[in-house]
Design a protein around this ligand. Structure first.
Ligand SMILES: [Zn+2]
Length: 363
């Protein structure tokens, strides 16, 4: 925090610690803090960023530099958890590092409100279609990627996937595809469950995982490399914190707990390294029950996970989907289930990976 401009609502005070080192600490600036509290309150009352900026301007409230607040500067305040007492420093975060202006529960309420208001930018909403297959859908006739569009109506938002030709972008395509996004998403999810997450495919994934496990057990080396890298990372963090305290950048009492935790990690990693211990996933027997459980986990992510998780999951598994008005071909590759467990390409090459194309007929 040395030399940095303190966030609006705070000022920096210099304190000398018990060794006489100067250190900076955030202290509440009451008149600015009042504005911060007002911004959070009005946001919850239904004001958007720009409306809020306009309201502040009408009350002649301005930023520290005397300029009026704009939508962006209001947003920067609304999203900043520094106001709950959180301090982030060189990749480490500290709770209650300084006095909070906004209580945590109020801040969380604002986060939820933001999610509800900005469905495009925030994960995890339900009210309009998440367009799960964006970027994966292609028009079979012209080869163009289907793009998504939203149509805003007073009661709800309609979402579509459509071939670029539909919007007349100088591409002549006989198909002019346009699908209701929500319906197509649901249809594809069902078909993927039925046709791709089959017993046979899941069995192959699990057998692949077991093969991987066996090789991992033989490859202590990559494991120790990882442990070593992790250990170096922890050592670096410890060093950073110790330096920060020495330079008077961070107060010692804030750092102490974090440092203790990091030192414990350090010890654990050193022990694991010296023992050459391998942390591998457990041995699995491929039973019908296990296959069913595996499919359930996949379905949970696909149908009800948060939006980002759902999209990542699908992107990892589906390479592309070719559509016509009446047919679709789902091109898939389930190797990610396996490679996510290893960074080694030699392992990857030895695996038999379930891949294929599933022709399905849209209803
Ligand atoms: Zn087309």
């Amino acid at each position: 925090m040395n030399g940095a401009t303190p966030p609006y609502g705070y000022r920096m005070v210099k304190l000398a610690d018990d060794r006489g080192n100067q250190k900076g600490k955030l202290e509440i600036d009451e008149s600015e803090a009042e504005v911060v509290r007002k911004i959070f309150k009005l946001y919850l009352d239904g004001y958007g960023y720009r409306a809020l900026a306009a309201k502040l301007a009408s009350e002649e409230v301005s930023k520290r530099n005397g300029r009026p607040f704009c939508g962006k500067s209001v947003e920067n305040i609304i999203v900043n958890d520094v106001y709950t007492g959180m301090l982030r420093f060189r990749g480490v975060s500290f709770e209650d590092a300084h006095p909070a202006i906004i209580p945590k529960n109020l801040f969380n309420e604002v986060v939820r409100t933001r999610e509800a208001r900005n469905p495009d930018r925030m994960p995890g909403r339900e009210q309009s279609s998440p367009m799960l297959f964006s970027g994966l859908l292609f028009c079979e006739s012209c080869g163009q990627k289907l793009t998504h569009e939203r149509t805003f109506k007073p009661t709800r938002t309609y979402t579509y996937y459509s071939c670029s030709s539909f919007k007349g972008k100088q591409i002549s395509c006989p198909s002019r595809l346009r699908f209701d996004a929500e319906k197509l998403d649901r249809f594809l999810l069902d078909k993927i469950t039925d046709r791709i997450l089959t017993d046979k495919n899941i069995e192959n994934i699990i057998l692949g995982l077991m093969k991987l496990r066996a090789e991992l057990l033989n490859q202590n080396r990559s494991q120790s490399l990882r442990l070593h890298r992790e250990l170096m990372g922890v050592k670096k963090k410890v060093e950073n914190l110790v330096n920060a305290v020495a330079e008077g950048v961070l107060p010692k009492e804030i750092v102490q707990d974090k440092l203790k935790k990091l030192r414990e990690d350090e010890e654990r990693l050193e022990l694991e390294l010296s023992q050459g211990r391998v942390i591998a996933f457990p041995k699995i027997n491929v039973t019908g029950q296990f296959i069913e459980g595996f499919r359930e986990i996949c379905k949970n992510v696909m149908f009800s996970g948060d939006e980002k998780k759902r999209k990542t999951f699908l992107k990892n598994m589906i390479k592309k989907i070719d559509l016509t008005k009446t047919t679709c071909k789902v091109c898939y590759d389930l190797s990610r289930f396996l490679v996510s467990h290893t960074e080694s390409s030699s392992l990857r090459d030895n695996l038999v990976v379930p891949t294929g194309v599933e022709p399905v007929l849209p209803t």
